[in-house]
Design a protein around this ligand. Structure first.
Ligand code: HEC
Ligand code: HEC
Ligand code: HEC
Ligand code: HEC
Length: 252
């Protein structure tokens, strides 16, 4: 009977949760990327195996950093923004960006993601195989058919952002935006350049990506997420309890 009630409650919750809420769990909370179960620790993933050709190892397998970094022969071009980047980058083409602004000018003419976001999207837009690093071409893509231990049995569709970013927080967009209808916080107005502004202990300016357009302070995936430890879940840079991350930038 108890079971029935619980199942009934879950049945009610499930459809609600599929609307406008994350479909993916916060992941295993780990302070170090080297802990197994950490969402970005791919050491025991089937797409990260040892590969040898003619008795010579071309990939050692089971490495933690290698899907993203390499000590030598790192990627060039846009990928240069990231230290020693090893993963094949997305073409950066064919995206639909967030457009639901109060005024078209708020889009700032951003037609495609740039900077650090491109590196995240190399796996998360689902266009490049996870195992495509170090010059090899993988076959497993994020999303459907992929089982990740940090999400348990839940559907993990949330990790597949796709190239349609209209339903995602704007990225590659400047903090110097002037939005009269939806004002940004005092942080935004006193923002000058990354690393300069500090307020109430939140050195948020270091979360902004200025590599593409120096001094512009672009909001990227890395403004809210870090690639390494998963201390607070969802790979977030700090806890978002009380929506702390959101109200650092938004005057609400
Ligand atoms: C080498 C591929 C790869 C790259 C590069 C990558 N990710 Fe991931 N990420 C994954 C995979 C795989 C998962 C787990 C997805 C699944 O279960 O299907 C994941 C999970 C996540 C999660 C969810 C964690 C959780 O368990 O709740 C977040 C958030 C995330 N990544 C953000 C990022 C950000 C931000 C970047 C860029 C700084 C990035 N990722 C770069 C492959 C990658
Ligand atoms: C899922 C992809 C991913 C994996 C796996 C990963 N990194 Fe990174 N790493 C990044 C990205 C993206 C950046 C740039 C992040 C930024 O500037 O916010 C970065 C930056 C760095 C930096 C320079 C900035 C810093 O945080 O110190 C170092 C050093 C680094 N990584 C080392 C490592 C090591 C060592 C490992 C393995 C134990 C590793 N990374 C695994 C994606 C990854
Ligand atoms: C403005 C802040 C912000 C930006 C920018 C941002 N995210 Fe997130 N992201 C979050 C928050 C907050 C969550 C956790 C949502 C929750 O608590 O349910 C999240 C969750 C996720 C998840 C888990 C998905 C799910 O359905 O649970 C992934 C994967 C992810 N982000 C990847 C990315 C990538 C890749 C980018 C860049 C293209 C990005 N994020 C940009 C704030 C952000
Ligand atoms: C690093 C700064 C930063 C953080 C953190 C941040 N935002 Fe934003 N956000 C922006 C910028 C910049 C824009 C685009 C400028 C604007 O609002 O017109 C924006 C736009 C938005 C919009 C669209 C506004 C419109 O006009 O359509 C919403 C909604 C939003 N953010 C919600 C959130 C939420 C929810 C969070 C927390 C998960 C968050 N933001 C965290 C900087 C940030």
């Amino acid at each position: 009977m108890k079971k029935l009630i619980i199942l009934g409650a879950l049945g009610l919750l499930a459809p609600l949760m599929s609307v406008g809420q994350s479909t993916f769990g916060p992941g295993t909370i780990t302070t170090s990327l080297t802990q197994s179960g950490s969402p970005h620790n791919f050491a025991d993933q089937s797409w990260n195996p040892a590969i040898s050709v003619g008795g010579v190892y071309v990939q050692q397998g089971g490495q933690i950093c290698q899907p993203c970094h390499t000590p030598h022969n790192a990627k060039t071009g846009a990928a240069l923004l990231i230290p020693l980047w090893n993963h094949t980058a997305t073409t950066g083409l064919g995206y639909n960006m967030y457009t639901k602004f109060g005024a078209a000018s708020e889009l700032q003419g951003v037609l495609a993601p740039n900077g650090l976001s491109l590196m995240c999207l190399s796996c998360h837009d689902g266009s490049v195989a996870l195992g495509s690093f170090g010059g090899l071409t993988g076959a497993t893509f994020i999303g459907a058919g992929y089982t990740w231990y940090s999400s348990g049995t839940a559907a993990n569709a949330g990790a597949l952002l796709s190239k349609d970013l209209r339903n995602d927080h704007p990225i590659s967009i400047s903090m110097n935006a002037t939005s009269t209808s939806r004002p940004l916080s005092g942080f935004a107005s006193s923002y000058t350049s990354p690393g300069v502004y500090t307020s109430t202990g939140k050195a948020l300016s270091t979360w902004l990506d200025n590599a593409t357009i120096p001094g512009q302070g672009l909001v990227q995936c890395t403004s809210c997420h870090g690639p390494h430890s998963n201390k607070v879940g969802y790979q977030l840079k700090q806890s978002n309890q009380g929506s702390a991350i959101c109200i650092t930038c938004h005057a609400k």
